[in-house]
Ligand binder design. Structure first.
Ligand code: M6R
Length: 606
């Protein structure tokens, strides 16, 4: 969703701001803008892509202090006026804001009554006028921002620049902000990605923090005025390249990065001699693992599908009851929280508002939550305190791919770990660990021999809808395949456990209807074959994802083999052709693969 970048230092700010905006594009946006302190405040903004903003900028903008924003519309349509930065009537203050000001309507009404002409329909604009009013009444900049925020209700990550003061004031409450520390220069951003080429030293602001950032200093304080000592965090070197390299799209790059991403995730965590895995960051002793009455996993979208795979793996290997929950529903159902139970919050971005809200609900009720997160230092990771990073490297395509594989890997490792602490034998543990370690090379093997993906694309690209079926651990894989195709190729997709098909979705089938079936060589395969027969009897075309060398291939119209593995680990392989089918279909239909319409990479509103 919305993104922020700010710069203050000795060098021209605009190149940093534009580069930062490019780095923030992956979050999803519909307009962008910059404000640079260049004598007066120079503001440029427009709807469309960063290229559109670039095309309206003057040849050079001199200032060395500035802020910039990518907006994903919430309050007010996609218009130039609604794009950020917003500025005060006298043009001396500019503000960019992520989050939602819940009482914006009453704040705006009051301002209008006072004769202020608001230029946009946004909730954010009210803040800049309130700051202006405080400054006119004699307040210092920090006090003006603090007093303004005291009048606001909602969430914010915001930056403010002033014509008359060479500083950037930023504040965080519910929307992340990170300050990057340089030598005689500092940056502010809504996530660490735009900062990584400039500095590894960062301050991660907490909710309720404000900071005054100048070229040679950062002063942090709390909402109530107390000054704070901010902790400097050194960003880990991410193994992945944030740049697209030679790939035409981030999604394709990230699909191909899966073998390496998986190696990064399992490295040092799978212990063959013990037939065990070790997720040290969870901080749970074998003794505690033995006593956990149940496990609950929470996520949204792709992360939810990873939770559903993890749930099955945990029950299967550890014989511990496990449940996967849709984060956005969780807290609204007044969940009963068992304090001895273990909860996992699963999220690539670590910023998903629905999952964060679920974490807070569990904690409020005394429950124990661990994060399974990709982005280091993200809000959910910090809120959980303990957890396991999945080490996928930067994932920038809106359609999540390598994060899914690594979430499944992390949860499967946990399943082995809790299984070994209970009844899983060392012999069985060793078989699983051995198979696990081979998966990266098996994905590599598959990526070199992808099978008839184009044939599958030809079969589905003009379909009214596509049905995805799988059983057991392949049912969530079917859901993931459907989500992928739907979100980037805009084809309505349904995903069902194969056995449910005859209870309703079968009504959709007619001559030529594409049905994608995921059927690894597991104990459920025979039953899946029955579902395939039911589909074929109604004229459906079967695109079958199955294991290499399996005679089930004969049941398919289009057969896509993947290397075989332990069936509980198969989702890490069977999902890959589904990702490719979605990618190639979207491409063929002329869709914007990396930035599908209406979607944002990190969904920071509930
Ligand atoms: O960052 P998160 O993993 O918490 O994001 C959850 C979903 O928003 C995300 O997986 C979404 O469904 C993706 N676009 C799927 O490709």
């Amino acid at each position: 969703m919305c993104g922020i970048i700010g710069y203050i230092g000795q060098q021209p700010a605009t190149p940093f701001l534009m580069q930062g905006l490019n780095r923030l594009e992956y979050r999803g946006y519909d307009s962008s803008g910059i404000a640079v302190r260049n004598g007066s405040l120079e503001i440029h903004k427009c709807i469309g892509k960063i290229n559109d903003l670039e095309s309206i900028l003057p040849d050079s903008i001199e200032g060395t202090t500035g802020i910039a924003h990518t907006r994903w519309a919430t309050h007010g349509g996609v218009t130039d006026a609604n794009a950020h930065p917003h500025c005060s009537e006298n043009g001396k203050i500019a503000l960019v804001h992520n989050g939602i000001i819940e009482n914006a309507r009453s704040l705006r009404t009051r301002l209008e009554k006072e004769g202020i002409h608001l230029k946009s329909e946004t909730d954010s604009e009210a803040l800049v006028h309130l700051i202006d009013r405080e400054l006119s009444n004699g307040a210092k900049p920090l006090t003006a921002v603090r007093r303004t925020l005291k009048k606001a209700r909602g969430t914010w990550g915001l930056c403010v620049v002033f014509e008359d003061h060479d500083m950037i004031i930023c504040a965080r409450n519910g929307s992340p902000l990170v300050i990057g520390i340089g030598d005689g220069e500092n940056w502010i951003a809504s996530d660490t990605l735009p900062l990584q080429s400039y500095t590894q030293q960062v301050i991660l602001l907490d909710d309720g923090d404000l900071a005054v950032v100048t070229s040679d200093g950062i002063q942090t304080s709390r909402f109530d005025g107390r000054s704070t000592d901010s902790t400097v965090t050194t960003l880990e070197d991410d193994w992945g390249e944030a740049d697209i390299g030679d790939f035409p799209h981030f999604m394709l790059k990230e699909i191909h990065e899966q073998p390496e991403a998986l190696r990064q995730c399992i490295s040092g965590r799978l212990v063959l001699k013990d037939g065990n895995s070790r997720l040290g960051g969870l901080g749970i002793s074998p003794k505690k693992l033995q006593k956990i009455p149940h496990v609950r996993l929470l996520g949204c979208g792709t992360s939810l599908h990873a939770c559903q795979v993890g749930r099955i793996a945990i029950e299967h290997l550890a014989r511990v009851p496990a449940l996967a929950h849709v984060s956005s529903e969780f807290r609204h159902n007044n969940p009963v929280i068992e304090t001895n139970a273990l909860h996992f919050a699963v999220s690539q971005s670590g910023e998903t508002a629905d999952t964060l809200a679920a974490v807070k609900e569990i904690q409020l009720k005394g429950g124990d939550v661990r994060g399974v997160i990709n982005v280091v230092g993200s809000t959910i990771a910090r809120q959980c305190g303990h957890g396991c990073y999945i080490h996928s490297g930067p994932e920038q395509a809106v359609a999540s791919t390598k994060a899914f594989t690594n979430m499944v890997a992390a949860l499967s490792m946990f399943a082995i770990q809790i299984g070994r602490a209970r009844n899983l034998s060392q012999v069985r543990g060793k078989e699983l660990v051995r198979a696990f370690k081979k998966i990266p090379e098996k994905i590599e093997h598959y990526l070199k021999n992808q099978g008839p993906i184009q044939e599958a694309v030809d079969c589905i690209k003009d379909a009214k809808s596509v049905l995805f079926l799988g059983r057991g651990v392949s049912a969530p894989v079917a859901r993931e395949g459907a989500l992928k195709l739907m979100e980037i190729a805009y084809i309505p997709c349904l995903a069902y456990p194969a056995g449910e098909m005859k209870h309703g979705p079968i009504a959709l089938l007619e001559e030529g209807s594409p049905v994608v079936v995921i059927a690894p060589n597991d104990s459920l395969k025979e039953k899946t074959i029955s579902s395939i027969h039911e589909c074929r009897a109604r004229g459906a075309k079967i695109i079958l994802i199955h294991e290499e060398g399996d005679s089930i291939a004969e049941e398919a119209d289009i057969s896509i083999p993947v290397p075989s593995t332990e069936s509980i680990l198969s989702p890490m392989l069977t999902v890959v052709p589904l990702q490719l089918i979605a990618y190639e279909t979207a491409l063929q239909l002329g869709c914007d693969v990396d930035r599908p319409r209406n979607l944002a990479k990190s969904v920071t509103v509930e």
